[in-house]
Design a protein around this ligand. Structure first.
Ligand code: SPV
Ligand code: MG
Length: 542
């Protein structure tokens, strides 16, 4: 049901109904969550919440703006306290149009003069509006509202201004005849006497609305009996929040600590719930381009041969190349492509691997078991997208960028630079295509085979060298996990004795989609003092 119709039916229902004050989005939401079927957008509360007086110091468009936030935050109707209509008939009919445009269900205007003063401040001195003029105002609103259910309540201030019952009844009848959907009869005395008198005298069929702020001790049942249609609890969310804000701020000021208030106020997550942060998360999933986040896994458990005393007290990955360790250079490259969740498998001199913001996984058996075992030890990491790199290679960010953008589940970074001969063992691959590196040449293809090749062996069949850098998407991670688990069950020796190359070949044999992405150069493995010297020169020159 539209909000106007909801409010209309509240006012016309045969039951006594209640609406509750709110003054901003959060209080409106709280009112709705409490179970109320409607909201009173109180002029007193909205102005107080804005830090100004209830004398039309907030402009009508500022009030409108607050109402819009309240309405957007809720699904129950709002009756705006429209004061005196913010001017003459012309201002009021424009207000009505603007309220309808913002899905505010109704407005209440009082028969005083602009700028108004709150009814509880020197009410007797307040002049009442001319009856005819006020009736014209009501008519203009009714004439210009688009939705026939939009509600206009006329508020009679006769009691407030010190007039008697006759004046109140006379005005109420006039306003009802002018088209008002309901009459709000206001009273500031501490008993319900004026209201009772009015209700007894009121013959008109138009519903009556009351605001029992000052006659709060009257049992609600009495209002029901006397035929009131709608009760407005007019300022109680504001007053409750002031009570609490005063207590809490005083306490924090005195204590210079939050210790004594933490359990007296809602946790931050309650704010998030009220704001419906959950919906935003869901919407992000629906509407934002899927920016895949990647984790990193760096395999750095081994000591590294060929580095003499450099690796007495630390593994190779912690060797410095001009100010920075190999490991931190790898981490920096990963960070540069927003990979922040990085795990490192450590083994040899694990305490020497001490970079901040990394997760450490231990391969205590690094001496006996190799890289495959390190991967197996990292099984928990194999969820979602993952970049796995050896801890002793450097690669340019561009390589990582292309790997991250690749579509395939399992992609190995391969250097297609051709060797006639090699001077040390290398992990060479046979791809389903060769890579010329020329414009348009195929750069992604299937991996058919990978093996460690020793110097002196015929290299013609190989199409490139595996750099030790690998991308898995969630499927790829799942394939790795599953395969590890299968191997552990069916062939436990494999994980302990086989190499990473063996594992890739195992995947290929089992028809898993293993791909390679070709590059030309742009990386360096660090296997000897010469490699180090080359890099130190390189970085020192820069
Ligand atoms: C308001 O809530 O702003 C009202 C009711 O107009 S009263 O303050 O009682 O006048
Ligand atoms: Mg008011």
């Amino acid at each position: 049901m539209k909000k106007c119709a909801q409010l209309k039916s509240l006012i016309t229902s045969s039951n006594l109904e209640f609406i509750m004050e709110a003054h901003n989005g959060v209080s409106a939401k709280i009112v709705e969550e409490a179970g109320f079927k409607g909201i009173w957008a109180s002029g007193l509360s909205i102005s107080a919440a804005l830090g100004v007086r209830d004398n039309n110091e907030a402009s009508w468009t500022q009030v409108l703006e607050v109402c819009e936030f309240m309405s957007d935050a809720t699904s129950i109707p709002i009756l705006l306290d429209g004061d005196t209509g913010f001017g003459n008939f012309n201002s009021f009919r424009r207000l009505v149009q603007k309220l309808e445009q913002r899905n505010i269900a109704g407005v209440c205007i009082e028969d005083k003069t602009f700028p108004k003063t709150n009814s509880f401040i020197g009410g007797e001195k307040q002049p009442l509006a001319d009856i005819e003029e006020f009736c014209g105002k009501i008519k203009s609103g009714k004439d210009y509202q688009k939705d026939s259910d939009f509600v206009i309540v006329a508020r009679v201030e006769a009691f407030i201004a010190g007039w008697g019952l006759n004046e109140a009844i006379k005005r109420a009848n006039a306003y009802a005849d002018a088209g008002a959907d309901a009459i709000l009869i206001h009273s500031k005395i501490s008993s319900d006497k004026e209201i009772e008198d009015f209700m007894q005298q009121w013959q008109n069929t138009k519903p009556v609305v009351i605001v029992p702020t000052m006659y709060f001790s009257t049992p609600t049942e009495k209002f029901n009996k006397s035929g009131v249609s709608l009760v407005i609890w007019a300022n109680h969310t504001l007053r409750a929040s002031i009570t609490n804000m005063q207590q809490v701020t005083k306490q924090i000021y005195t204590d210079q600590s939050l210790m004594n208030i933490e359990d007296k106020i809602v946790p931050v997550r309650e704010i998030f719930r009220i704001q419906n942060v959950l919906e935003y998360k869901e919407a992000e999933n629906r509407y934002l381009p899927k920016k895949e986040s990647f984790k990193g896994l760096i395999l750095a458990a081994s000591k590294g041969d060929n580095f003499g005393t450099l690796t007495d007290e630390k593994p190779k990955t912690m060797i410095q190349i001009s100010e920075e360790t190999i490991l931190s250079r790898i981490v920096n490259t990963l960070n540069a492509r927003s990979i922040k969740d990085i795990s490192v498998v450590v083994g040899f001199k694990k305490e020497a691997v001490n970079l901040p913001n990394l997760k450490y996984i231990e391969n205590a058996d690094y001496k006996n078991y190799g890289i495959l075992y390190s991967l197996f030890k990292s099984l928990d990491v194999f969820t979602g997208n993952l970049i796995i790199t050896f801890g002793d290679i450097l690669f340019e960010e561009d390589i990582l960028r292309k790997l991250l953008a690749s579509d395939q589940d399992i992609v190995l970074a391969v250097d297609s630079t051709k060797y006639n001969d090699i001077s040390k063992p290398r992990d060479l691959v046979v791809g389903s295509h060769v890579h010329s590196g020329n414009f348009g040449s195929i750069s992604v293809c299937h991996l058919n085979e990978i093996q460690e090749v020793n110097p002196g062996i015929d290299l013609t069949k190989f199409t490139g060298e595996y750099m030790g850098l690998l991308k898995l998407n969630s499927n790829g991670s799942e394939i790795f996990r599953r395969s590890f688990e299968e191997l552990k069950k069916n062939d436990p020796d494999f994980i302990e004795s086989a190499t990473l190359n063996d594992f890739f070949n195992y995947l290929i044999k089992n028809k898993q989609p293993v791909y390679i992405q070709y590059f030309k150069g742009q990386w360096k493995d660090i296997d000897s003092i010469e490699d180090l010297t080359y890099l130190v020169d390189l970085y020192t020159e820069k």
